[in-house]
Design a protein. Sequence first.
Length: 269
Amino acid sequence: MATYAVGDIQGCYDALRRLLDRCAFDPANDRLWLVGDLVNRGPQSLETLRFIRSLGDAALTVLGNHDLYLLLVAENKSFPRKEDTLQPLLDAPDADELLAWLRHQPLCHSEGDYCLVHAGLLPQWTAAQARQLAREVEAALQGDAFHEFTGNLWGSEPAAWSETLSGWPRLRVIVNVMTRMRFCTPDGIMEFTRKGKPENAPPGYLPWFAIANRRSADSVLITGHWSALGLKITPNLLALDSGYLWGGQLSAVRLEDRQLFQIEAAAKR
C-alpha cells in the first residue's frame, strides 16, 4: 500500500486522472491525500468532486479556501466572481449531495509524523494543537450553525491568534491560518495582501514555514495553496502547489519513499 499526497487540483480533473495513472494509483490498495482547493478556476470542478467522493476511504482531503468559498457561494453568502468556474457544479442534480460531502471534510489531518493542511500553521501551534482547533471549525461546518457560520467566515481580522478569542472571530482565525496564510511575523501576526514569492515578504514578515523554532517543525507538514512558492520539499515540509493551473505542474509525492510524480500543464492560462 502506498500513500500519494497531491497538490491543488482546482477543478483540473483530467490532469488529476493522468497524474494518478502515472503514479499507478490503485484505490483498492493505495491512499490519496489531497491538500485542498479541489475546485474552481479549472474547468471540471464537478467531475473532480464526483471522482474524489467516489473513492470513499481511499481518498482523504482537507479543505482549502476555494472549497470554503464554494460553500459560501452555495449558501448565497458570497457572489460568484467572473473568474469562477463553479456554476456547472452548482447546477448539477447531485450538487446538494456533493456540497454536503464537502462540508464533512476536515480542515486539518494528523497521522503519525504527518500533518495535512491547506495553507500552513502558525509558529505557536503544534500539529496536535492544530488538529484540536480544526475540530472546532468542523463542528460549525457540520452542525446546525452552518448557515450562520458561512455568514461570519470571511474577513482578515483578527490577524493573530489568542487563546482568549471566542465565537466567530476565533473560528475565523483558525480558518485563515489553515486555508489562507502565507506570511506571518515570528509572533504569529498574519498578512494576507501579499501573494508572491517568499522573497517578497512585507518588512517584518516571513513565510510561515521559515519562522525559527516554529512548534510544528517536529512534524512533516503537507501543504498547498502557494503556487508562487512552487514545489518545496524539505525534511519537514512537502509544499505541493506547483501551479498546474498557471502553466506549471500537478504534483504528487509518494510518502513512503518521497518519489515525485508530475504532470505538465499544456499551456499557461
